[in-house]
Design a protein around this ligand. Structure first.
Ligand code: G1P
Length: 299
């Protein structure tokens, strides 16, 4: 088994029901943050974490993702003819960002099932899992933070962040013993517990480093919450067989598959944009000033 993490699996087959009607015919992973689709940010995160072999588990209606990472001869030709060479360079780079292979998950049977679909392509080595609609904007790429922990502990590592107790039922929740700064040895994992049942408020954020022994567990995993094969349930079994760790991941996390999460990410990435940030900030300040003025007028 290779000792380092070279491959990442992106489960991308979800229907995006939290973002309908936008996601009726377009993948949620192709929603833009300023001018790049969300999934490109996640690919860039993997690449800057030293991972450039990516297995994308897609489904029907997700072809736009494949097209985005492919060469676009016509577009490149048009840009060349128009002399838009900087843009041409940027577009070309996308198709050589990483080695990407695609596999279809034919039925929506859950995150655990999506990971299992990649078994053949991942093989017998540790691998990362990154949800393609979650972006983490931090001091270091989120996957790199987990890879660095994996190198030390040589076991599965799950990215977590604290969430308000009222939100625990939207996440997989972990608990365990703190064994280092931001490092926990997990002793319980529950998928989408009620606040009363939750063992903590440490939520799984859609970034994992897994070992291939997870596949045998997933093969026989019964459906859990929502009738789906849950990765969290399989990880609970794995944690009863070997140490599994959680790493409190640094950075602001945005769930762009959620309407409010997408709006928050858009504002934050808009404000950070090198070419538009200043104008956008000015625009927002103006809106709030006007709003304040209107509020004041009401009194
Ligand atoms: C999935 C996982 C959950 C995790 C979450 C992060 O849930 O099952 O454990 O906390 O991603 O976004 P989903 O949001 O796909 O229902």
């Amino acid at each position: 088994m290779s000792a380092d993490v070279r491959k990442a699996l992106f489960p991308l087959a979800g229907h995006g029901t939290r973002f309908l009607p936008m996601t009726k015919a377009s993948p949620k992973e192709m929603l833009p943050l300023v001018d790049k689709p969300v999934v490109q940010y996640v690919v860039e995160e993997a690449v800057s974490s030293g991972i450039n072999e990516i297995v994308m588990i897609t489904g029907r209606g997700k072809r736009a993702i494949e097209d985005h990472f492919d060469i676009s001869y016509e577009l490149e030709d048009v840009l060349r003819q128009k002399g838009k060479l900087a843009l041409l360079e940027e577009i070309r780079k996308i198709s050589s960002l990483a080695e990407i292979v695609y596999m279809r998950q034919k039925e929506s049977k859950g995150l655990g099932h999506a990971v299992l679909c990649g078994r053949l392509l991942i093989g017998d080595e540790p691998f990362a899992v990154a949800l393609g609609d979650e972006v983490v904007d931090g001091p270091a790429p989120a996957l790199l933070q987990l890879v660095e922990v994996f190198r030390k502990v040589k076991g599965p590592v799950i990215g977590v962040q604290k969430v308000p107790k009222t939100d625990v039922s939207s996440y997989g929740i972990v608990a365990g013993n703190v064994i280092g700064e931001g490092l926990i040895r997990i002793d319980s994992l529950v998928e989408k517990p009620s606040p009363a049942e939750a063992p903590s408020n440490l939520a799984i954020i859609g970034r994992y480093i897994l070992t291939p022994d997870i596949f045998d567990i997933l093969e026989v995993q019964d459906p859990g919450v929502g009738g789906e094969i849950q990765l969290t349930d399989a990880l609970r079994i794995l944690a009863s067989r070997r140490p599994v760790y959680a790493c409190e991941t640094q950075g602001n996390r945005y769930d762009t598959g959620d309407k409010l999460g997408f709006l928050k990410a858009t504002v934050q990435f808009g404000l950070k944009s090198p070419d538009m940030g200043k104008l956008f900030r000015h625009y927002l300040e103006n809106i709030f000033q006007k709003g304040d003025a209107m509020e004041a007028g009401k009194e």
